[in-house]
Unconditional design. Structure first.
Length: 223
């Protein structure tokens, strides 16, 4: 589990095909690895990777076919910069939102515009996850916890707007985004659980007692 607050920018330094999947070596730059052990998780551009070797200046990780299917890791080259975050602990501030490190789909940067000291991006979301993206809600982009400013369109035409403040741009790879850049998207996990509960209303009379009417009554659902 992660928070979407990036701790360092790393670099892909080795890519090894391994019997149908991939092994990566990531140089972690300024990321503190002093308490990292084999088997620990590190979010790499929003993908939860398990540390299998610790060479001293970074880590090696295996990338399964499941991860390859839902990410753009096969397009990564030596020298690619990646956002890094270690798994949260009970003592970690939850400064972003709850992030699982499981990529839901690939988005595409549609436009980039300077706005005073900030940068505004429009991002096209795949139709499969568009319903989970809401204005003022949370979304994870390449591992970064961000707030959606607004959403336009539906389905395959869904485009959402992001405002990136200078600190976030400086501390992440977002500073290099241009029109056409592919990005990993993870939707808010709470939205997924709500859909599951509400979708089961008729099938099992919703044993949890949570319905659209209940949420509307308590201010959590707008009809």
């Amino acid at each position: 589990m992660f928070t979407g607050i990036i701790e360092a920018i790393g670099t892909v330094v080795a890519i090894q095909p391994k019997q149908g999947d991939i092994r990566l070596r990531i140089n972690t730059g300024q990321l503190d690895l002093s308490d990292v052990k084999l088997g620990d998780s590190i979010a790499t551009n929003g993908v939860c990777l398990t540390v299998v070797e610790l060479p001293g200046d970074g880590f090696w990780a295996d990338v399964s076919q499941e991860s390859i299917t839902h990410t753009n890791i096969t397009d990564w080259k030596i020298g690619k910069k990646v956002n890094l975050e270690q798994a949260l602990t009970l003592a970690t501030r939850l400064g972003g939102h709850i992030v699982t490190g499981h990529v839901d789909g690939l988005g595409t940067i549609v436009s980039r515009n300077e706005d005073a000291r900030s940068v505004r991006f429009k991002v096209k979301a795949p139709a499969t996850i568009s319903k989970y993206i809401a204005g003022k809600g949370s979304v994870t982009v390449d591992g970064v916890s961000l707030t959606v400013n607004a959403v336009e369109g539906t389905g395959e035409n869904t485009i959402f707007d992001l405002n990136i403040v200078p600190h976030t741009a400086q501390e992440t790879i977002i500073q290099g985004y241009q029109s056409g850049t592919k990005v990993h998207l993870e939707v808010d996990i709470i939205a997924r659980y709500l859909e599951r509960m509400l979708g089961n209303d008729e099938a099992n009379k919703n044993e949890s007692g949570i319905t659209q009417a209940f949420l509307a009554q308590h201010g959590f659902w707008k009809r």
